[in-house]
Design a protein around this ligand. Structure first.
Ligand SMILES: CC(C)(COP(=O)(O)OP(=O)(O)OC[C@H]1O[C@@H](n2cnc3c(N)ncnc32)[C@H](O)[C@@H]1OP(=O)(O)O)[C@@H](O)C(=O)NCCC(=O)NCCS
Length: 222
């Protein structure tokens, strides 16, 4: 049969075209979110956390707009909280690699601090395409040990979900290390194993899993 008239080739070409179009539209959604000045601007209620003895303010900034002392603290807290977990699995800890990831120019930060300026916690997130889908990817959520288990982490994840879903991201995605005792936190706030999470098999065991929460509004109207 003539190649050009093969209906299955035609179908494949059409499917490829549709997929390219879908990815182009998804990229436009990501670009639009990345062009925001302050994703938290319209939500003053989420700029303050007063609970369990903590009175904190919260803001969102691009990494390029953070002060140097805040960037230094972000790196230091990540290392204090995570180095041991990284070192006790196949990932290992690499100062330079982690610093570069945290300071990548596509990084956004949600930062919480006391009114006197003491820094309490942060989330590093990005608006990005993940497997061709527009998502808010939460790279880190790190709190100072003395403010853990007081509801601040849950509040910060609610902010990420608000920012993600008001900017029509399809889901919030994150990677957790299986050896991190804190990973249970995400399941507690209704994150589930994502379809892109790798499955352990005889040949390979993965030290991490990928969790996500879907934008229900987009799923039901799709
Ligand atoms: C994980 C972390 C961000 C959670 O934030 P947090 O402010 O301590 O958690 P919250 O107080 O908001 O807890 C929310 C819920 O999760 C539960 N939870 C939180 N941490 C938990 C833990 N380690 N084990 C079991 N349950 C936990 C809380 O009991 C709470 O449940 P409730 O709503 O039924 O009361 C914080 O503990 C932290 O920074 N840990 C160190 C860094 C880390 O591991 N980050 C995650 C990997 S990126």
């Amino acid at each position: 049969m003539n190649k050009k008239s093969n209906p299955s080739n035609k179908e494949k070409r059409q499917k490829r075209k549709e997929e390219q179009h879908r990815i182009k539209l998804a990229m436009q959604v990501v670009d639009c979110a990345n062009s925001l000045n302050d994703p938290l601007e319209s939500f003053p209620v989420f700029q303050r956390f007063s609970k369990n003895g903590i009175d904190a303010t919260l803001y969102v900034k691009r990494v390029t707009h953070l002060d140097k002392d805040v960037k230094d603290w972000i790196y230091d807290l990540t290392k204090r909280n995570m180095k041991e977990n990284y070192e006790s699995c196949s990932w290992g800890w690499n100062d330079k690699k982690k610093y570069e990831e945290l300071m990548d120019e596509s990084a956004w930060y949600l930062v919480s601090q006391l009114t006197n300026g003491k820094l309490l916690g942060f989330s590093h997130f990005r608006f990005d395409l993940d497997e061709g889908i527009e998502v808010l990817y939460c790279y880190e959520l790190q709190l100072e040990p003395e403010v853990q288990r007081k509801g601040l982490g849950k509040f910060m994840m609610q902010i990420l979900e608000l920012v993600a879903f008001t900017n029509t991201m399809k889901k919030v995605v994150l990677t957790v290390l299986k050896n991190n005792e804190h990973s249970i936190f995400f399941k507690n706030i209704n994150y589930v194993v994502d379809e892109t999470s790798p499955m352990d098999c005889d040949e390979e065991e993965y030290p991490y899993e990928i969790l996500s929460k879907a934008n229900k509004r987009l799923i039901t109207t799709a």
